[in-house]
Ligand binder design. Structure first.
Ligand code: HDE
Length: 725
């Protein structure tokens, strides 16, 4: 196999080949019977010689490898990356970042952090966003998260953090959740965590789709140009679909209805040609500029605000192929922040430095072999030539006698390349040997306040609600009090709003208890820092493509209407499903048969972004009589989703609590995401018989308004008005 084909395409998989129809053992021996063991007579014991059974069972017994200690739950996709132009030349010599002709294969794995491999996708958590670039100069791994900062400043605290946040050791509860005493105990005694807590309590921790998350390299990295010039940078992924979130109540229900929600979404998008696209961006700054910032760029609990240094978008990644085999690719992909190429280098961030040790060590544990880089998904797609050899599961078969350097028996090959080879940036390093945090890492609250100030009113409300849930689950009152005090130091408003909700009366910030702990006393640089547009999820555009619409229908639906809507949605790359009281097909009132995708038991409103109810008197009667259909609509309303109704279906809406239509159904016209054909017809002055079939103009306009509302995504004003479903 040629190197560039190292990641096999489906057609190359041995099992796809037509001439491998016969079942064989691992050794290739054809198998005549795969149903019965070899026994001494039909009722006799198994014979030792049954090599077919023993090989099969041996392999099965060894199917598992240790799951990742963090980020165990993940989903991945193949794709391509290329830069737009060569404008990064002044900053880096990494070929894939400066040569627009160099399209690089990539493999990106998204993950949650805390849950085990089989846990639900929609838990409140940070999401991993790790990309392997198979460049012509070797593999580059960008192992980032969907949140631009981290919980801790020094990697030595990572085992404590992970122990505290994972299920408690005595009873292994709770699953995939930080809402328990151990985590908040640790957090309350670790003030450097404060900024990250706000991000994790925000909607950022509940992504609607992996295609709609930002990604961040987190640490400050270093780029090095051909001329040896160094530039510091923060690395970003910007999703072209914009960012969007789920509602907390929704995430919990989805965890039961479809624990694979984000995985399925990624898979279905790619199968439907709705490819996730992300632009790679850099914030570039010099050491001198960094010295003027009022935070330390080596401190991974800090962002570089985009107002200070804008993000320069340099290229695009498109994820366009689903893996062929989950285990071989998604499970076996092995990332490491130390997989870099010439032109990309590190900084002294103590979290990054710790990671540079941890990831290789982890791979040895997972693969029990130093040869994990030879597995197809990890194999570089450029020539590999060195004197590393042997070990468990060695794949490469090297010929020749020479396995050392320098040598003269092989013309000195392989030899160093001073021109193309990786040269670590020459940086002056000296100091007194000690264990201490820099003074410049001590401000734990200014950027947390910046984040809080940057939130919209609904986003702030969601954070307060998240505290109510997370801290409400904490049994020890003293931990609740400490956390509220920590938040008081960010903004008294958070403590005043959230404190009473979790039974904390003394809400004044006082961190003297920290003196007894090993954590440094926090200081605060600035009072009343401003706001940053880039931090709120409300700013920026959101794509319509990739959204999912439920069309509720029963026998007697106007089938033509469903067809027209489907075509309108498909042209916008919106996915839709007909949801009906039963599976199969339903009879349209206009004799158009409508195929049912899901029934009310196989799906739920929480799995869709918007709901559409077509007309048809019998259809509406049947839906009105179905408690499940009513629940479906009410829940969509409660979760602030767009809802559209044609003709008689408007009456179905007007009877529901929280939805305020006047008698004609004209009171609201998309002012809170409820779009009724009647209101539109009124405006168009075209519909004479509102209870009858709507004219085509009304239908088209309704569909247009509905699609616009899908673009707006959620109508948060309903959160205060709606009655819980
Ligand atoms: Fe990781 N991290 N991490 N991490 N991390 C792992 O590596 C670790 C950190 C991140 O899809 C592990 O192969 C330490 C920051 C992602 O396979 C492990 C520290 C960021 C993934 C490990 C950190 C990350 C991992 C577990 C603090 C964002 C999943 C299995 C010093 C910039 C990659 C494995 C995938 C996985 C260690 C902190 C991102 C144990 C010690 C900060 C996306 O090696």
């Amino acid at each position: 196999m040629k190197r560039k084909d190292a990641v096999p395409r489906p057609s190359e998989s041995a099992l796809d080949s037509k001439d491998t129809e016969t079942l064989t053992t691992n050794q290739g021996c054809p198998v005549a019977n795969n149903q019965d063991q070899l026994t001494a007579g039909p009722r006799g014991g198994t014979l030792m010689e049954d090599f077919i059974f023993r090989e099969k069972m041996m392999h099965f017994d060894h199917e598992r490898i240790p799951e990742r200690v963090v980020h165990a739950r993940g989903s991945a996709a193949h794709g391509v990356f290329s830069v737009y132009d060569d404008s990064m030349k002044a900053f880096t010599k990494a070929r894939f970042l400066i040569d627009p002709q160099h399209e690089v294969p990539v493999f990106t794995r998204f993950s949650t952090v805390v849950g085990f491999r089989g846990s639900a996708d929609t838990v409140r958590d940070v999401r991993g966003f790790a990309t392997k670039f198979y460049t012509s100069e070797g593999v580059y791994d960008l192992v980032g998260n969907n949140i631009p900062i981290f919980f801790i400043q020094d990697g030595i605290k990572f085992p404590d953090l992970v122990h505290a946040i994972k299920p408690e050791p005595h009873n292994e509860m709770p699953q995939a959740s930080a809402a328990h005493d151990n985590f908040w105990d640790f957090a309350s005694l670790t003030p450097e965590i404060t900024h990250m807590l706000l991000w994790v309590l925000s909607d950022r921790a509940l992504p609607r789709s992996y295609a709609q998350m930002e990604g961040f390299g987190v640490h400050t990295f270093r780029l090095v140009s051909e001329k040896g010039k160094s530039t510091l940078c923060k690395i970003h992924w910007k999703p072209l679909e914009g960012v969007s979130q789920l509602v907390w109540d929704e995430t919990q229900k989805i965890a039961g209805k479809d624990p694979d929600f984000n995985r399925r979404d990624l898979w279905e998008r790619i199968e439907n040609g709705i490819y996730p696209e992300f632009e790679l961006g850099f914030q570039l700054f010099t050491e001198e500029e960094a010295a003027k910032f009022d935070f330390d760029i080596l401190d991974p609990t800090k962002i570089v605000p985009e107002e200070l240094v804008p993000v320069r978008r340099v290229g695009k990644m498109t994820l366009n192929r689903n893996p062929d085999n989950f285990f071989s690719e998604t499970e076996q992909v092995a990332f490491h922040p130390g997989h870099v190429v010439p032109g990309i280098d590190f900084t002294n961030d103590p979290l990054l430095q710790a990671r540079l040790f941890s990831y290789l060590d982890t791979q040895i544990n997972r693969f029990q072999s130093a040869n994990f880089a030879e597995i197809p998904i990890n194999r570089p797609q450029c020539p590999i030539f060195n004197n590393n050899q042997d070990g468990f599961m060695r794949h490469t078969i090297r010929s020749g006698r020479v396995n050392y350097e320098p040598n003269s028996l092989q013309e000195g090959r392989p030899r160093e390349d001073k021109e193309r080879g990786f040269v670590s940036y020459t940086e002056k390093q000296q100091g007194t040997k000690l264990r201490a945090r820099p003074e410049s890492f001590n401000d734990h609250f200014s950027q947390a306040e910046l984040f809080w100030n940057s939130m919209s009113a609904p986003e702030k409300e969601h954070i307060v609600e998240a505290i109510k849930f997370e801290i409400g689950k904490v049994e020890n009152m003293h931990i609740r009090e400490r956390i509220i005090k920590l938040f008081y130091n960010v903004s008294p408003e958070i403590a005043e709003r959230a404190g009473p909700l979790v039974g904390v009366k003394d809400i004044n910030g006082d961190l003297t208890y920290l003196e007894k702990s090993s954590s440094p006393r926090p200081s605060r640089k600035k009072k009343g820092v401003g706001a940053s547009q880039a931090l709120s999820m409300e700013n920026g555009t959101r794509a319509i493509k990739g959204r999912k619409v439920a069309i509720l229908a029963a026998d007697g639906v106007r089938g033509q209407e469903v067809e027209v809507l489907k075509a309108a949605l498909q042209s916008e790359k919106v996915m839709c499903k007909v949801v009906a009281p039963r599976s199969g097909a339903i009879e349209g009132s206009d004799n158009v048969e409508v195929l049912v995708d899901e029934n009310f038991l196989t799906t739920a409103s929480v799995l869709f972004d918007a709901v559409y109810i077509p007309s048809g008197a019998e259809n509406v009667k049947a839906l009105r009589g179905s408690g499940k259909a009513i629940h479906f609509i009410r829940e969509a309303f409660m979760h602030c989703k767009p809802i559209a109704a044609m003709a008689e279906a408007v009456d179905l809406l007007s009877g529901l609590p929280g939805i305020s239509l006047d008698q004609e159904g004209t009171a609201v016209r998309n002012n809170n995401g409820v779009i009724t054909a009647r209101a539109i017809a009124e405006t168009l002055k075209k519909a004479k018989d509102v209870a009858g079939i709507e004219p085509a103009a009304t239908l088209d306009e309704l569909n247009r308004e509905f699609i616009k509302a899908i673009g707006q995504y959620r109508f948060w004003n309903r959160e205060r008005e709606s009655v819980p479903a």
